[in-house]
Design a protein around this ligand. Structure first.
Ligand SMILES: NC(=O)c1ccc[n+]([C@@H]2O[C@H](COP(=O)([O-])OP(=O)(O)OC[C@H]3O[C@@H](n4cnc5c(N)ncnc54)[C@H](O)[C@@H]3O)[C@@H](O)[C@H]2O)c1
Length: 272
């Protein structure tokens, strides 16, 4: 049975831990770490089989486990991905936006090769990455339009410099248009899906992203348009936000659980 460590004990980390505890993911949760001690303790109290809370991230990276699940932040990926690989552990990354920093991406790819380890990136809050990967040599454009309620966008770095007052948006408003690399920098906790599309397809500078704040929606909606010699995809996903974190969609949590389950279980693999 694979031994799992979790980095980040918030909405996603907690649900993954519960899925392991209930046997849905056939694995053993051995260690958890969060820089909020309260978050780690609160996660552990929810479990029948209690993992160890490590004192720091270095101890999590070095602990005897097979896979570390990152469900924390882009900074956590930047600061720790290489040392996790160096410690001979596979890594599942949720804060995928970190990989659009080319220097980080290169270091991590080299780490995978040097230490013969794998990185898993769940499909997160969207569908269609299988198709995008299949047609990547024929792709001409990818556009992502993400619509969220102001509540789901609040706190993003973008608002530190923007004159826009997110509390006072009264109608559906485009608040950002740019490429995926800019989007994940300004909205690090909101638009990881643009990083997934970029990594699967054309690259971060060529994925066009539009972010819409809509006070009349309670969903996180992603519309993806991809076209090229192969034809065209139009994908629309209307996600219910997680009850514990409105920035994170319920589908992102379910997709992380399914990704880890597939990695931990000898099984038929369905889909590309
Ligand atoms: N790939 C996707 O489609 C997708 C979808 C949703 C969320 N995400 C990303 O996954 C990550 C987790 O999401 P969540 O909803 O569970 O967030 P959350 O805010 O509910 O939980 C994150 C937890 O990680 C901890 N944390 C943050 N940085 C840390 C660090 N450097 N070291 C240790 N602990 C740290 C926080 O204290 C918090 O408890 C976020 O970065 C989010 O943007 C990705």
């Amino acid at each position: 049975m694979k031994r799992i460590g979790i980095l980040g004990c918030g909405a996603i980390g907690t649900e993954i831990a519960l899925a392991i505890d209930s046997g849905k993911i056939p694995a053993k949760l051995t260690h958890v770490f969060d820089y909020s001690k309260d978050a780690s303790k609160s996660l552990v109290t929810k479990l029948k089989n209690k993992p160890e809370i490590t004192e720091n991230i270095g101890l999590l990276a070095a602990a005897p486990s097979d896979i570390i699940v990152e469900a924390a932040s882009q900074d956590a990926v930047r600061d720790n991905a290489l040392s996790i690989l160096q410690n001979r552990k596979d890594l599942m990354i949720m804060s995928v936006g970190a990989l659009l920093d080319e220097s980080i991406f290169d270091i991590i790819i080299e780490g995978c090769k040097d230490f013969k380890r794998s990185i898993y990136l769940p499909s997160g809050a969207i569908l269609g990455l299988d198709g995008i990967r299949s047609v990547k040599d024929e792709l001409e454009s990818i556009t992502l339009v993400t619509t969220k309620s102001p509540r789901s966008l609040k706190g993003a770095k973008f608002f530190e410099t923007s004159k826009l007052d997110i509390e006072n948006i009264k109608e559906s408003t485009t608040i950002f248009e740019g490429n995926a690399q800019e989007a994940v920098r300004l909205f690090p906790a909101n638009i990881n899906v643009s990083a997934l599309l970029s990594l699967a397809g054309l690259g971060s500078l060529n994925t066009k992203v539009r972010i819409v704040a809509d006070p009349n929606t309670d969903k996180n909606t992603h519309e993806i348009m991809a076209q090229g010699k192969f034809g065209k995809f139009l994908i629309k996903v209307e996600n219910v936000p997680s009850s514990s974190n409105p920035k994170t969609s319920r589908l992102a949590i379910l997709s992380a659980i399914e990704c880890l389950r597939a990695v931990c279980q000898s099984d038929i693999r369905i889909g590309t």
